[in-house]
Design a protein. Sequence first.
Length: 141
Amino acid sequence: MIDIRLADSADAPELKKLNDLFNGDGNNTAEAIEESLAKNGQEVVCVAVDGDRLVGFCCGQILKSMCYSYLFAEITELYVIAECRRQGIGRQLLRLTENELSKCGANHFHILTGSDNFIAQALYHACGYGDTSEILLDKSL
């Protein structure tokens, strides 16, 4: 049975392993993840747990702009290990993350995903997200 819950600081070592699988090695340390879980009040992190191991995670951030009268949120990461996919875990992670962000006041959600990530797009469409005409531009300094 898979348990879907909010992450806590004890999850940091396992979250690092999953993040390395998803985003590549070396993006963050377990210590930095633990600190972020403890101190980053604008981020919600949810995890999927199978027994004593994490098998997935979802992150969302609260965003506020002076241009809008409402808070919105961005789902920034969603990952489930390959052998646990197609079991509804991603949908459950997304739903809990949305619910937690809604409790913080967010009522509008964005998700960015790869233009060729059709599996993720199908999940997001099934969860009520729609395509937009916006284009994401990126720059590193």
